[in-house]
Ligand binder design. Structure first.
Ligand code: F6P
Length: 569
């Protein structure tokens, strides 16, 4: 371990100041906006193409000042530089953390050399290999074993080897080449692979087995099922080993850091794309793990995507903390969770194409910052992590916004949208009342975006309810909104590949800021190991092995016995 002991944030002056402010804190967004006409402008920041309005947050200059002091005292900027330079800040695994290297442009000077290795050269060599392969699939020169061009790419992976590619593919659907489709199999529930392959033509299907370790139970099981499906559907079940391997060679490629295991599975190492142990799974969407997306959207769009990440990396590297958007957003999250008692954080994209964004962020944020010890093994000194969740607006409005508006819990929310819709439509007839003929539907959609953040911030007083004619005080109470519910608005020009890269990098660095303040290693994930080990131990019992069943605790034993009974085993 090369890292020095983390600074205890609770011992810093800024933290103490925040504790004092939080004591008896009574936010008043109405009053703050009334008395401060410059508030919206002062608290709106730019990071590359992202305009980020923090003014509807529960902050004032004093709070922000104290938060910035915490960032200074816990060394956020210094640790970011250490990460960029390839220091082993992933202390528990003794690894560099270099996802930012994945998007460094070709030829940038000086080259990044870490642990004696030219990282830039390695990254671009792999990218070139992925581009060359993707272009063959896209132009039809890569064919299946029967000579037909590939129409469907099925990515098999889980966690970081799935959530990123799916989210990006869904977000960039308008950029996908016609005639190509990507699908994603992740769950070991056999229903997943069954449903995703049921209607596919094996002759035009390419599987990408994406697994950093190439040892993940779910992914390898699904990969074997896919291979079995291919052989069956091509009529090769009883064919010779050579014929079977020819089919695998044309219909399977892999992405992994463990190229020896890829070869053992029967995939030609020539058709395997590598990456490195310094890329965490949940930080790997912009590595070769994105091969399915590169095939779908092509090299130019992928380069734009990477440039978007890099623009935010540069923003973080070069912008003072007080203007540094991911740092400010991370600090606000610390304020809400450590001082105001927030336990969860909603992410509400007002663009349907980002419908998997919250799911993606769940791994990024919670696998990174759900930790109870710090990077030196000592216990954390304050609450860590936030429960991230969300759904696209306006669907969420008709589901869970009630609780955000009028519930008793504080739920900070990030509202994300774009100005230019990929699919603009007009409602030519309208309803003649709320919706006029010729109404631009995206404008109507965004009216909801603006309305929600306004309602959350300013609420509706009892007097305003009464002024509308409600006289029954019980109804007045039910119709009153307290306001002072914090939100951040993020507005981008359009959901281009670059903007998507910017959004992902924004959240990566928010996570980094919070993790550094809490003193935790945001890049390991030991908390997922126990369940994995137990699943392997329990598997024989679930398969009917009586000794294995007998050795379980009484609850688990009874549940497995019930399962076996229901299954008719
Ligand atoms: O479940 C934990 C995890 O290790 C994630 O961090 C990772 O993204 C996922 O499993 C998949 O791992 P791999 O890419 O090695 O198959």
């Amino acid at each position: 371990m090369t890292e020095s002991a983390p600074v205890d944030p609770t011992s810093t002056e800024g933290w103490k100041k925040l504790g004092g402010i939080a004591d008896g804190f009574t936010p008043d967004l109405r009053g703050w906006f009334d008395s401060d006409p410059g508030r919206a402008e002062r608290y709106t920041f730019q990071a590359a193409d992202l305009t980020v309005d923090l003014s509807k947050g529960l902050v004032d200059d004093e709070i922000l000042g104290a938060l910035l002091q915490v960032a200074e005292d816990t060394g956020v900027a210094e640790r970011f530089q250490a990460m960029l330079a390839g220091e082993h800040i992933n202390a528990t695994e003794d690894r560099a953390v270099l996802h930012t290297a994945l998007r460094r442009p070709k030829g940038i000077e000086p080259a990044l050399v870490v642990d004696g290795q030219d990282v830039d050269a390695d990254v671009h060599a792999t990218l070139d290999k992925v581009y060359a392969f993707a272009s063959k699939v896209r132009d039809g020169s890569w064919t299946g074993v029967t000579g037909k061009r590939i129409e469907t790419v099925v990515n098999i992976g889980i966690g970081g080897s799935d959530l990123g590619p799916v989210m990006v593919y869904e977000a960039l659907k308008p950029y996908v080449q016609e005639g190509l489709e990507a699908r994603f199999v992740s769950n070991i529930d056999p229903a997943d692979i069954y449903e995703k392959t049921a209607d596919l033509d094996p002759e035009t299907t390419l599987f990408i087995v994406a697994s950093k370790t190439f040892g993940t139970l779910e992914t390898l099981t699904n990969a074997r099922l896919a291979r079995q499906w291919l052989w069956e559907r091509l009529g090769l079940t009883d064919a010779s080993d050579d014929e079977k391997s020819d089919a695998v060679a044309k219909h399977f490629v892999a992405v992994s850091t463990a190229l020896d295991k890829v070869a053992a599975f029967g995939i030609d190492p020539e058709n395997a794309f590598g990456f490195w142990d310094w890329v965490g799974g949940r930080y790997s969407v912009d590595s070769a793990i994105g091969t399915s997306v590169v095939i779908a959207i092509g090299k130019e769009n992928w380069e734009e995507f990477l440039a978007g990440f890099h623009a935010i990396d540069e923003h973080v590297r070069t912008t003072p903390l007080e203007q540094n958007v991911p740092v400010l957003m991370g600090l606000l999250n610390v304020w809400y969770s450590n001082f105001l008692g927030a336990q969860s954080h909603a992410v509400l994209p007002y663009t349907q194409y980002l419908h998997r964004f919250a799911a993606y962020l769940q791994q990024l944020t919670m696998e990174s910052n759900g930790k109870r010890v710090r990077w030196d093994g000592s216990p954390v000194t304050t609450e860590t992590g936030e429960v991230f969740w969300g759904e696209p607006g306006t669907n969420g409005q008709h589901a869970f916004y009630q609780l955000i508006h009028q519930g008793t819990r504080l739920i900070p929310a990030d509202f994300i949208t774009v100005a230019k819709p990929a699919r603009p439509l007009k409602d030519e007839s309208g309803d003649g009342k709320a919706v006029q003929p010729g109404q631009d539907v995206h404008a109507l959609f965004l009216a909801n975006f603006f309305a929600q953040t306004k309602a959350l911030a300013f609420g509706k007083t009892a007097d305003e309810v009464r002024a509308e004619g409600t006289t029954d005080e019980a109804i007045v109470a039910a119709r009153t909104f307290t306001g002072n519910k914090p939100s951040t608005s993020i507005l981008a020009p359009e959901l281009t590949p670059s903007v998507l890269g910017q959004l992902i990098a924004l959240y990566e660095h928010i996570v980094f800021t919070e993790g550094t303040i809490w003193g935790i290693d945001s890049f390991d994930q030991w908390g997922v190991e126990l369940g994995k080990q137990l699943a392997l131990q329990i598997a024989p019992a679930v398969d009917g092995d009586q000794d294995a069943l007998a050795s379980q605790d009484s609850s688990t034993k009874a549940l497995i016995a019930k399962y076996l009974e229901l299954r008719g085993a």
